[in-house]
Ligand binder design. Structure first.
Ligand code: ZN
Length: 98
């Protein structure tokens, strides 16, 4: 293979990679947007008590609810101390459950 042919092939591969990166970037952007709006929704509704229930549900569905890792996946069966103390603090906000 000539050097120019090799270069052209490499250029093609780079273009494909760039396309992949572009797609990933859009996906991450969409996820960040979604994460941000979820976060806003949950924190806004916290003082109604409804938000707290949502947080508990999210945590039970294996997602972090602590500000540091909010929305990221939590390994099953592994408790996060930040989440627990966050939920405890949020739950103490005058709302009595059960
Ligand atoms: Zn956490």
């Amino acid at each position: 293979m000539k050097l120019t042919e090799q270069l052209l092939a490499a250029e093609e591969k780079l273009k494909e990679l760039l396309d992949d990166v572009q797609n990933l970037k859009m996906q991450v952007y969409a996820m960040e947007e979604q994460n941000e709006s979820l976060r806003r929704k949950l924190y806004q509704r916290k003082d109604t008590g409804e938000g707290f229930d949502n947080l508990v549900r999210l945590y039970e569905e294996s997602f972090h609810v602590c500000p540091a890792h909010f929305g990221s996946y939590r390994s099953a069966g592994e408790d996060c101390l930040f989440c627990l103390s966050f939920l405890k603090r949020a739950g103490d906000g005058g709302q009595s459950h059960g």
